[in-house]
Design a protein. Structure first.
Length: 246
């Protein structure tokens, strides 16, 4: 069954979520593909709790982000998603900007709570659709949130993986390195090396990212889209070809 790139990414993220025990997931404001992945996990029968941070009826917080930070600090958020204007080979994130401090050459949206969430969430899946040497750099210009920490620094979690529009990398925090695990359809190892600014390892079992099943696509285009329509109408229209009711 044919599928769109966004559907492949949502399914890929959902499989990463299921790969480890997960009870409570928090998803940030501008993240329709991670949100679709989380709803796919939920609608597929997994007993996960999903908090959409920008939707009042979609989360348990009455005081917004402050409560999210409290919950995460208590170890009650198992998974969070983060991206960055730049991501480097040690999984460092730059949400500040490029150029000399304070990064005014090209401005990114800002760090906000990324460092706290990266340290305190049980694990993080890094996600960025654009896969280019402009985004995936050898070393970020400024570190908003570090991928690894010095010995003796307490942190609850690290990156589990980096999913891009071209491939999936796993991350080993002990070594501070990414490993290329699967290639999306049409991609090659040579192409990934050319478009990635950092060095990485290659899994011996490197192969193609598994396509969505008919059941996964049916869930995405049906129940998942129903849940997302209010918050992400443009995404649902473009990807699932569904229009909001007049």
């Amino acid at each position: 069954m044919s599928h769109k790139p966004e559907e492949l990414l949502a399914v890929t993220l959902a499989r990463l979520i299921r790969a480890r025990p997960t009870r409570h997931i928090a998803v940030g404001a501008a993240s329709p593909i991670p949100a679709a992945a989380c709803w796919l996990v939920s609608k597929g029968g997994s007993p996960v709790r999903l908090s959409l941070l920008h939707k009042r009826s979609g989360n348990p917080f009455t005081e917004g982000t402050r409560e999210l930070f409290d919950l995460t600090g208590q170890g009650r958020i198992d998974l969070f998603f983060l991206g960055g204007g730049q991501i480097d080979g040690q999984a460092n994130l730059n949400l500040i900007g490029t150029g000399e401090w304070p990064g005014r050459e090209v401005r990114f949206p800002g760090s906000f709570g990324s460092a706290f969430m990266y340290f305190m969430a049980g694990r993080t899946i890094l996600f960025r659709e654009e896969h280019s040497s402009r985004v995936l750099v050898d070393r970020v210009a400024h570190i908003s949130a570090p991928g690894v920490s010095e010995p003796g620094v307490f942190r609850r979690g690290h990156a589990q993986a980096l999913v891009t529009g071209r491939c999936v990398f796993g991350f080993d925090p002990a070594r501070g390195r990414f490993t290329l695990e699967t290639l999306h359809p049409g991609e090659t190892l040579e192409n990934i090396r050319a478009e990635t600014g950092f060095d990485f390892d290659v899994a011996p079992s490197l192969g193609e990212t598994p396509a969505p099943t008919a059941e996964e696509l049916a869930l995405l285009r049906g129940p998942v889209c129903d849940e997302m329509m209010e918050t992400y109408p443009e995404f649902c229209s473009r990807v699932f070809e569904r229009k909001a009711a007049a």
